[in-house]
Write a protein that binds this ligand. Structure first.
Ligand SMILES: Cc1cc2nc3c(=O)[nH]c(=O)nc-3n(C[C@H](O)[C@H](O)[C@H](O)COP(=O)(O)OP(=O)(O)OC[C@H]3O[C@@H](n4cnc5c(N)ncnc54)[C@H](O)[C@@H]3O)c2cc1C
Length: 299
């Protein structure tokens, strides 16, 4: 029986584990991806995490993980599938049938990419990770779909590899922060395609073109690859019926991470929160652990 079972080893989960170590609580961090450190691990460059300007995302995740390990966290590779309340705490049931028990659970499973739901949008034709797949498009023509920070960040990253990057957005202005918008505007081989609603990704296993409507007219551009960054959905399937979720599926909780299920706390991107970043996920992890510690003391 662990004091805390942490689901997910992104910035929120690993910070909760670091704080558990400092509070002398036993913590088991459960992660579905081998040695995963969450979404940040696929980011080329993190410029807004204080004290570590310009650090590579994978390196930042490794630093979090090493610190949690040094402070005594144990790690377990497995995908949490369901939760059961017991007299002593919680049973976590994993996809492979294994079970772990803890006095408390801190759920930090983050979010997943929202998939492009258009004709031809099957997964094999579209990449959701520019840093992972960009290398294959050296000197080629690619399209990035989206208008937020991730889409513009991906376009900038790909502009260093690809010949041309079409940045296709359904609105007439980007949602991304002004600094990214300025960099995009200054990059010659990024071509913004605004007010464009994608109808189809054409081609076979690899994309060959994108068909879209713009001002009522149907158009097509030839591309060698399509990258998609149109937002994310919370990983809360395992929590349905366990605690209250909002209409989009995020776990309803304040900064203290207290959910409607006693002894089950939440932290990071998966929580109803106005900002989803590494620093807010880490702060959430610390807060949730503090709530779990108080809960354990009162048991
Ligand atoms: C491309 C990209 C660039 C970004 N750039 C920045 C940036 O520059 N600066 C910044 O501050 N933020 C950035 N972010 C956002 C930042 O990465 C997230 O806000 C942060 O990672 C959230 O941390 P988290 O711990 O809440 O969740 P996540 O990082 O999503 O981690 C959740 C973990 O839980 C695991 N998991 C999911 N379900 C289960 C399950 N059922 N059982 C076990 N494990 C499970 C996942 O595999 C994952 O490892 C970026 C995000 C992306 C996608």
């Amino acid at each position: 029986m662990y004091d805390v079972i942490i689901i997910g080893s992104g910035p929120a989960g690993l910070t909760a584990a670091i704080y558990a170590g400092r509070a002398m609580l036993s913590a088991l961090v459960c992660e579905k991806d081998y040695m995963g450190t969450g979404q940040i691990s696929v980011t080329d460059r993190v410029e807004n995490y204080p004290g570590l300007y310009g650090i590579n995302g994978y390196d930042l995740g490794e630093k979090f993980r090493e610190q949690a390990e040094t402070l005594g966290a144990e790690f377990y590779e497995g995908e949490a599938e369901s939760f059961e309340k017991t007299a002593e705490g919680w049973k976590v049931i994993f996809k492979d049938g294994s079970v772990k028990e803890g006095k408390t659970v801190i759920y930090t499973a983050g979010t997943s990419y929202r998939h492009l739901d258009v004709a031809g949008g099957e997964k094999q034709r579209i990449s959701y990770c520019a840093v992972c797949d960009g290398f294959f498009y050296k000197d080629k023509v690619v399209a990035v779909v989206g208008g937020g920070d991730t889409a513009l960040g991906d376009a900038l990253y790909l502009s260093k590899l690809a010949k041309t990057v079409y940045l296709i957005h359904r609105r007439d202005e980007f949602r991304a922060n002004k600094a990214l918008q300025k960099k995009v505007a200054e990059t010659d081989n990024i071509v913004p395609v605004m007010s464009a609603v994608i109808k189809e990704v054409t081609g076979g296993e690899n994309a060959e073109g994108v068909t879209y409507t713009q001002n009522g007219e149907e158009k097509n551009i030839a591309v060698d690859g399509v990258f998609c960054a149109i937002g994310s959905v919370p990983n809360t399937q395992a929590l349905e019926g366990v605690c209250e979720l909002d209409e989009s599926g995020y776990v309803k909780a304040g900064e203290d991470g207290i959910t409607t299920a006693k002894g089950l706390f939440v932290a990071g991107d998966v929580r109803t929160t106005p900002l989803r970043q590494v620093i807010t996920a880490a702060a959430d992890g610390a807060n949730a652990l503090s709530s779990a510690e108080k809960y354990i003391m009162e048991l």
